[in-house]
Design a protein around this ligand. Structure first.
Ligand code: SF4
Length: 309
């Protein structure tokens, strides 16, 4: 039995927990390969032009798995805290897939809504495990393994021993973003920060330029209680980075993302109030590598000049 996991969207947040849960049930997980041009082009026919880039990539990663797996994991992530919500695309993800791809394997598509607290996990776990076991003790052990994996990877990321780019690989790969250097808050969703194809190896380039990237998962373990839970990764992380002494901010957003367009204004306000430079990086499928490199070099030069002055 094989479950396909697209390397996109919630993969970069929850994969250690999914992996521990299904491995405890004796199920093999198949993660799609890292994004490349083929992945992107495979997803484009299933999305209208205005769809955000991360969603197009989820479609592309899904296409890489069709025909190779018995089930496909496509959760609907609705609420992670009592007062927060997610964007409509993350909530409607399984329905969007079913509507656009008639040849999919059966979906494992739990509705993740934690607004009622931890008890909401019980029906969720039963639903996810139902195709594979009805044994409550096995499911209990799988949940314990998932929770333990989630907590330990969050801790490892805060300590700089791991990043979401390492998910799906053996622990211990060194990621170049974890260097010392001039501290810069690099804020955005993990699927934008850690997919090195769509961001043209942003974090690697910053490390080479002598930047210590203060990324959301290094700054705090939990989403804040912002209205959109995932917006913590922009505004909440920018606030924390400034408190930690960031000399600049880089906000990474995807073209076609409505929530991020609104939240960028808030990041701009934080940057203005602190008197700290902000670089806005909007990713889309047409953005070129050369332009990005030039902008990064100029931004880091400017930060060094400010420090020297
Ligand atoms: S938050 Fe933005 S980038 Fe992420 S799935 Fe929603 S619209 Fe797309």
């Amino acid at each position: 039995m094989r479950i396909g996991v697209p390397r996109a969207l919630s993969f970069y947040r929850f994969h250690p927990a999914w992996a521990a849960f299904f491995e405890q049930l004796g199920i093999e997980l198949v993660v799609s390969p890292p994004t490349n041009r083929t992945t992107l082009e495979a997803g484009l026919p299933y999305a209208v032009a205005e769809t955000c880039l991360p969603m197009k990539l989820f479609y592309g990663h899904t296409r890489m798995l069709v025909g190779q797996v018995d089930y496909l994991l496509a959760p609907s992530i609705q609420r992670l805290t009592p007062s927060s919500s997610n964007c409509a695309r993350l909530i409607g993800l399984p329905d969007l897939l079913r509507a656009t791809m008639p040849d999919l394997p059966p979906l494992i598509a739990p509705n993740i809504d934690l607004s009622q607290g931890i008890r909401a996990l019980i029906p969720l776990v039963l639903e996810m495990g139902a195709p594979f076991t009805r044994n409550p003790l096995t499911l209990r052990d799988a949940v314990a393994a998932a929770w333990s994996a989630y907590r330990s990877t969050r801790q490892a990321m805060m300590e700089g021993r791991l990043t979401p780019a390492d998910f799906g690989y053996p622990i211990g790969r060194a990621f170049p973003a974890l260097t010392d250097g001039i501290p810069v808050g690099v804020v955005g969703h993990p699927y934008n920060l850690y997919d090195s194809f769509i961001n043209h190896q942003l974090l690697t380039r910053l490390a080479r330029l002598g930047v210590k990237a203060l990324t959301p998962e290094r700054l705090a373990p939990q989403p804040a209680n912002d209205y959109w839970a995932f917006e913590y990764e922009l505004v909440g992380a920018a606030r924390l980075a400034l408190k930690r002494g960031a000399k600049g901010l880089i906000a990474v957003v995807a073209f076609g993302c409505g929530p991020d367009a609104v939240l960028l204004e808030e990041v701009q306000r934080l940057s203005d109030e602190a008197g700290i430079p902000l670089m806005k990086l909007v990713l889309d499928e047409h953005s070129g590598e050369a332009g990005l490199v030039t902008r990064l070099e100029a931004f880091v030069d400017m930060l060094r000049w400010r420090e020297a002055r």
